[in-house]
Design a protein around this ligand. Structure first.
Ligand code: GGG
Length: 327
């Protein structure tokens, strides 16, 4: 069986780390057909449109998409792409790997970020020269969908339960709805939950990340708190993610386009290659996914490192070392 994969490098270092992950997938004995597609700032500059229809259609019809990074046009690229694969949750593991100089080496947690609504629903208005507004959308149905996924995730991974990070003491209606819906599903499913206010979570996770395993969050909170956790495990180059939908998925590093280093060939490919491992697992190739994870972990432990991890290796050096361990 051939897996059809859309590959969208996007902007900045996405152009460097995405080919690295494709090289790793190509090294496996799995039948892939890759469809390279364009999106991002550079496409908007040329055509006036950051996400061409054919790119959207490919993501919406292939088995999985590997995405690199979004820049200034993130709202026009990554949000519709997540919609194209009907992904209602963004799974963002934050794990400190042996050998990586992490602020909190004991960190090992997973964010389950609601992926369709909240303040990322796109309802922003400029009402006057002085006033702009944003409508925050929270539905019971999307919150329940996330909660069902969280319960399955906890049961499959044999976790004790999950935390719900929210700010329902202030956003009583929207985060209140999110919290109540998630609590009700977890209660019905007999899955333990613990609530934590998202601002307090930010402090607690820095002080002692071992308090947390699985954290379900509204959209913006999941985006921000997972970036914060990246700071605990060696930086944004370390966090992969899976945007999971019922029939297809979109896999991307958590980091953006990193314009400060784009074009230098020194971006850390680890997050994108681990995202490719998540893609493999999503498609049912658990063994190959684990082999890719083992190869990345081996290189992180005692192989060449990119400058973000204190080394002077290039993206290509690190990718070559990962491929060598894989073969
Ligand atoms: N590869 C992820 C990426 O491009 N991140 C940049 C960004 O702005 N992301 C917003 C989001 O993840 O919702």
């Amino acid at each position: 069986m051939t897996h059809e994969i859309t590959v969208i490098p996007g902007d900045g270092i996405g152009q460097e780390v995405t080919p690295a992950a494709v090289e790793v997938l190509e090294a496996l004995e799995i039948d892939f057909e890759f469809h390279e597609a364009e999106a991002g700032d550079h496409v908007a500059e040329e055509t006036g449109e950051a996400l061409p229809e054919e790119t959207y259609d490919l993501a919406a019809s292939t088995d999985a998409t590997l995405f690199g990074a979004a820049g200034e046009t993130a709202a026009d690229v990554i949000l519709p792409l997540r919609e194209a694969v009907d992904s209602f949750v963004n799974v963002r593991p934050a794990k400190a790997y042996p050998g990586v100089d992490a602020l909190r080496p004991e960190t090992d947690l997973v964010f389950l970020r609601e992926n369709t609504e909240g303040v990322y629903s796109g309802h922003e208005d400029r009402l006057s020269d002085d006033l702009s507004t944003l409508t925050r959308v929270v539905t019971t149905s999307a919150s329940e969908r996330l909660a069902e996924f969280a319960c399955d995730f906890v049961e499959d991974g044999e976790y004790d339960g999950f935390h719900i990070a929210h700010k329902a003491n202030v956003m009583r209606e929207t985060d209140g709805r999110f919290r109540d819906a998630v609590l009700e599903v977890a209660d019905d499913r007999g899955v333990q939950t613990e609530e934590v206010l998202m601002d307090a979570f930010a402090t607690h996770v820095c002080l002692d990340p071992t308090q947390f395993d699985v954290v379900a969050c509204p959209n913006l909170a999941g985006d921000v708190l997972s970036d914060l956790a990246a700071g605990l495990v060696g930086g944004l180059g370390m966090l992969p993610s899976a945007n999971v939908g019922p029939d297809r998925g979109l896999f991307e590093p958590v980091h953006g386009s990193a314009p400060d280093i784009a074009g230098e060939g020194v971006a850390n490919p680890a997050a994108t290659i681990i995202s490719a491992a998540m893609l493999l697992e999503y498609l049912g190739h658990d063994e190959e996914g684990q082999a890719v994870r083992d190869a990345v972990e081996g290189v992180l432990e005692d192989g060449p490192r990119t400058p973000d991890l204190g080394g002077d290796a290039s993206t290509e050096d690190v990718t070559a070392a990962i491929l060598e361990r894989l073969n």
